[in-house]
Design a protein around this ligand. Structure first.
Ligand SMILES: *Cc1c(COP(=O)(O)O)cnc(C)c1O
Length: 430
């Protein structure tokens, strides 16, 4: 299988090369040149997410240096529970897929761990890679955790000062000396621009063997199909119906993973992308025109994206593969109100991102009800306690993984948003 750039000018022959490259050299994003098709019966006897993922991903790894390791990589990446909660009383058509039980309590653990396991097998301990990543919150923590014990890679994380939650900040900066964390005097867009300029600097690239772990990397996106495949099979086996999904969305990586799994033949019906006040996707699906804009800060900060990077991947699909997709935008006041209402009425406590999806579910027209809808839970509410607790009027339980982070040593390096400062910072750190 070949992997071609959405910008049309570049391709590579293996998924390993696509993972090592991150973005394509022509500025586009790698996509498989054809989507393999499965029958539902191909998955008979498989239910664990790691097993389903290994089956689903096998065509992409055929002939790749990592082909023989794929099952092990999936075991490691999916090495924690991925519960699909059945409907609670009063909400008969709402299922909840909890992607929040990984070590950093957000769904980015799956992609980050899959990528780390892959890169670590491709690298050289004598000349380690440096994974450089800009984060608005959850990506950096997941990447730090995933790479803390890598043998052939190190990681540098850039986050915008004052824009991440207190717990996220600890999670970004507690991973020991293989992971350097920079607090940037600027916003997320400046962090991202700085990372991009580092990738364009050939000397810096060569000196540090830079590689990327943002969701532009196919090695983060494809494994995310695994939990859509396993959960849709579970719904189908239990109800005989296709599963429809409501997905909290920012850069659209999680949404595109679901759309790809559907195009590959999994029993998935409609896909609703739930976005915060950053309305770019909602406007696109309403008007057909894609108009990126600057991001605005919201209570669902991991979704504060005005120009979703994975939109290019969606746009590269033909109409049949794109299938039925819609999007809806929810403002902060409504997110807060949904957190409060669902805690009171159903004893369901959401993080602000998941609450965007819960609200989108509530707004489905009556004609869309009566079939299974899966609301995707993207982070544990304890990560955003300062937003959630005032709404529900009590403390949220801290999962063990997060409690552990609270007691670990943290180290943050201040950084001005400029390439010389970053170069000096990296030299000092490694
Ligand atoms: C990253 C993130 C999202 C958005 O996911 P995309 O793949 O960027 O659309 C939603 N919720 C949480 C908690 C996240 O960390």
């Amino acid at each position: 299988m070949k992997f071609v750039s959405t910008a049309g000018g570049a391709s590579v022959g293996t998924i390993s090369e696509a993972m090592l490259a991150g973005a394509a050299p022509d500025g586009g994003l790698f996509m498989p040149d054809a989507l393999p098709r499965f029958r539902i019966s191909d998955f008979d006897g498989l239910s664990a997410p790691a097993d389903v993922a290994a089956k689903l991903l096998s065509p992409f790894f055929a002939g790749d240096p990592l082909e023989g390791d794929l099952a092990e990589i999936c075991e490691a990446a999916f090495g924690f529970p991925v519960p699909l909660r059945e409907p609670v009383e009063g909400r008969p058509d709402m299922w909840v897929l909890e992607l929040t039980h990984g070590p950093t309590a957000a769904f980015k653990d799956f992609g980050a761990r899959f990528l780390a396991e892959s890169l670590d097998r491709l690298g050289d301990p004598e000349r380690p890679f440096l994974v450089l990543v800009a984060t608005s919150g959850d990506t950096g923590g997941a990447v730090g955790q995933a790479f803390q014990n890598a043998r052939t890679a190190r990681a540098a994380i850039l986050y915008p000062k004052g824009r991440v939650s207190p717990l996220q900040q600890r999670q970004l900066s507690c991973w020991g000396d293989k992971v350097a964390t920079f607090e940037v005097e600027g916003d997320f867009d400046q962090c991202q621009a700085l990372v991009k300029s580092a990738f364009r600097d050939e000397a810096l690239n060569a000196a540090f063997r830079l590689t990327s772990a943002n969701s532009i990397n196919l090695g983060r996106l494809l494994p995310q199909m695994g939990y859509y495949a396993s959960s849709s099979l579970e719904v189908f086996r239990k109800t005989g119906a296709y599963a429809n999904y409501v997905i909290p969305s920012g850069n659209m990586g999680n949404g595109v993973a679901c759309i790809l799994a559907r195009a590959m033949g999994l029993p998935i019906g409609e896909v609703v992308l739930a976005v915060n006040a950053n309305r770019t996707l909602a406007d696109f699906f309403e008007t057909g025109k894609y108009a990126p804009r600057a991001s605005v800060a919201t209570v669902a900060n991991a979704m504060d994206v005005g120009d979703p990077s994975n939109f290019a991947r969606f746009a590269a699909l033909d109409a049949e593969a794109q299938g039925e997709v819609s999007a809806i935008s929810i403002d902060d006041a409504t997110i807060r109100a949904r957190i409060k209402a669902d805690a009171e009425q159903y004893d369901q406590v959401w993080c602000p991102h998941t609450a965007v999806a819960a609200e989108a579910f509530e707004r489905l027209p009556a004609s869309e009800r009566g079939k299974p809808w899966v609301v995707v839970g993207t982070a544990d509410p304890a990560k955003f306690a300062e937003i959630v607790e005032p709404e529900i009027g009590r403390e949220v339980d801290l999962p063990a993984s997060l409690a552990k982070v609270m007691s670990m040593d943290c180290r943050v390096r201040p950084l001005t948003p400029d390439l010389d400062a970053l170069r000096d910072g990296l030299k000092a750190a490694f």
